[in-house]
Design a protein around this ligand. Structure first.
Ligand SMILES: C[S@@+](CC[C@H](N)C(=O)[O-])C[C@H]1O[C@@H](n2cnc3c(N)ncnc32)[C@H](O)[C@@H]1O
Length: 238
């Protein structure tokens, strides 16, 4: 992968090109929805939330982002736009989704490529729980992560565990669908026991659950330095 590759045209126009692909996707949906694949509106992060994710990553000046869950590419395009707007000379986006070609017929990756992001992003088609373990093992470091893959408690817990070793101290982890108990419970462990702190004001104005008012997506800042708590100080988190 060449992280300095640029698509045709001036570099300054590149984020606009990504924004245009995002707008087309939000307004007209994906170019195709494979038989049996989840419907676009159900599975994708809404456009307004994608904008907030982009803006937060730009504010953080993120240069390397790990993302779990590609689907039709809505959030991945927003992350890609953020990486370009944040101004890193070596933007890098690791996107993990084992079902991109089986369930989504490669549509999300095609859209990233059509936005010129194939020189920035790399797609990993295996479950995040195994891949992140290897990524952590080789010492890969990221500024931020966006997590929207498997929503089973044990998988989210494992994702967050390994991201705690991959995202640099002081970096951020954004987690979608925290309003689901399975996802929210996994996040609560890291918040209550490991000092991951909600980023004040981050993603304000994003989608909330109409009944409870709870936000759909939450951003956590990792402690710096990372604590190594005594197991005897474990605090129940559900
Ligand atoms: C809700 S969708 C992601 C939507 C995406 N964030 C967006 O806004 O367009 C969840 C995705 O997670 C993927 N997924 C499911 N299990 C996974 C796993 N174990 N590892 C990585 N991705 C997984 C699915 O294939 C699906 O594409």
């Amino acid at each position: 992968m060449s992280s300095t590759a640029q698509p045709d045209g001036a570099a300054g126009e590149w984020p606009e090109r990504i924004a245009a692909v995002r707008r087309e996707l939000a307004e007209h949906g994906p170019p195709r929805t494979p038989d049996g694949a989840p419907d676009f509106a159900t599975v994708s992060l809404p456009e307004r939330d994608c904008d907030q994710v982009r803006d937060l990553l730009v504010d953080e000046r993120a240069g390397t982002v790990v993302e779990i869950g590609l689907a039709y590419g809505a959030s991945a395009l927003a992350v890609g736009e953020a990486l370009l707007r944040a101004g890193s000379r070596t933007p890098r986006h690791v996107v993990i989704d084992p079902f991109q070609y089986t369930a989504y017929d490669g549509v999300g990756w095609e859209l990233l490529c059509s936005a010129g992001l194939d020189g920035v992003a790399e797609l990993v088609t295996e479950p995040s729980q195994g891949f992140l373990a290897r990524l952590a093992d080789v010492g890969f470091a990221a500024d931020a992560a966006f997590v929207d893959g498997s929503h089973h408690f044990h998988n989210v817990f494992v994702d967050l565990h390994f991201l705690g070793g991959i995202v640099r101290p002081g970096g951020i982890v954004l987690l979608d669908d925290v309003w689901w108990p399975s996802v929210g419970a996994a996040a609560a462990y890291f918040e209550i026991n490991l000092g991951w702190s909600p980023v004040p004001g981050a993603l304000a104005g994003g989608t909330t659950d109409p009944a409870s008012g709870r936000p759909r997506t939450r951003a956590y800042r990792l402690p710096d330095p990372q604590p190594t708590p005594d197991f005897k100080e474990f605090r129940p988190f559900c």
